[in-house]
Design a protein around this ligand. Structure first.
Ligand code: ADP
Length: 167
């Protein structure tokens, strides 16, 4: 069996609430301890253009009010963008991140352990659901989002000590 079977890359954003709350280390640890490999990383302060590129379909899916609240939230402070690599990394990362709405996210997930905001609370106040992390939803989304956030030469190939346990 080839070593590369099932190995994928996925885009993760540590949203402004994760950075401002000083949760970067603890969130990164969740991914690292699952042997997901960080192959790209940078801090970015999103502008309206990047928000539109990243969340290109959010307005269609949820309406203008939610899009506007999300853009304001994502532009409110710096984010940390990552590309994670691993076996079925897209689904695995989503599992570690947990459900979109923190009040419904299982304990043990990032959103379930570090946040509790509900969709109803956010919608009553016209604010974004602050849920700490974005993770690509599927392989196509991951490919598109990685291209939005990273140039090819910003994504690295290197061996980790842990990789020998995946052979
Ligand atoms: P996910 O980030 O889990 O893939 P979605 O792509 O459905 O979820 O939504 C994108 C982001 O928009 C969510 O992570 C959340 O921060 C925000 N969001 C989703 N629904 C709402 C809502 N009804 N009101 C405010 N913000 C929302």
């Amino acid at each position: 069996m080839s070593y590369d079977t099932g190995v994928e890359q996925t885009l993760v954003l540590l949203k402004p609430d994760a950075v401002a709350r000083g949760l970067v280390g603890r969130v990164l640890t969740r991914f690292e301890q699952a042997l997901l490999k960080i192959v790209a990383a940078k801090m970015v302060w999103m502008d309206a253009d990047l928000a539109r590129h990243h969340y290109f379909d959010l307005e269609d899916r949820f309406g203008t009010a939610v899009y506007t609240a999300m853009a304001e939230f994502m532009e409110s402070g710096p984010v940390i963008a990552l590309v994670l690599e691993g076996v079925e990394a897209v689904a695995c990362t989503r599992k570690i991140v947990g459900s979109t709405y923190p009040d419904q996210a299982e304990p043990g997930t990032i959103r379930g352990d570090f946040a509790h905001m509900s969709r109803a609370y956010a919608n009553e106040r016209g604010i974004a659901v602050a849920n700490l992390v974005h993770a690509s939803g599927n392989a196509e989304e991951a490919q598109r989002e990685i291209e939005v956030w990273f140039a090819k030469d910003e994504i690295f190939e290197y061996p980790t000590a842990a990789e020998r346990y995946l052979r």
